[in-house]
Ligand binder design. Sequence first.
Ligand code: CA
Ligand code: CA
Ligand code: CA
Length: 188
Amino acid sequence: MCIIIRIFVISILATIGGCKDNPAGTGTEESSFKDILFINEFMASNGSILADKNGDYDDWIELYNAGNTDVNLSGMYLTDNFTISTKWKIPDTVIAAGSFLLFWADNEETEGTLHTNFRLSASNGEEIGLYDTENNGILLIDSISFNTQLRDTSYGRYPDGKSNWQFFSAPTPGNENVSDNKEDAIKK
Ligand SMILES: [Ca+2]
Ligand SMILES: [Ca+2]
Ligand SMILES: [Ca+2]
């Protein structure tokens, strides 16, 4: 009996200790938007695929909201350098449930709210990170490290939001990813 009580007390203490070791904003917490918001497709060498409103064939990043509710991205961050997670703060922008949103990675912020302060490197490869707001601890939501990219070929997830990444010779900025590989129809 005494042993049972002792085990009970120890397990309660362990639980309390566990709480103390994991205060809000630190530790191994995950953003509540992980597995909901995705870096879904990007292009680091845009020659003729899609121009922004200024006629520039700039790099772009497509985000995907796989959830059932709209998400306001305001205050979240995009970066091309994991050591600078707060490189570019996303302005007041909503990504609708099940929808896609395109950001121009052109380092031309004066061109509009969806223009980041960085570009993507096609020749050396680079990385893209999506981080939660400061209030939510700037926790990582999604990331991708990529190698050399081909002109007018995008790189993205297929199917949308899933773990498989591949090149797309027919990019789909702002829309669902469509594979040109017939075998992929089976995966989906
Ligand atoms: Ca531009
Ligand atoms: Ca860059
Ligand atoms: Ca797409």
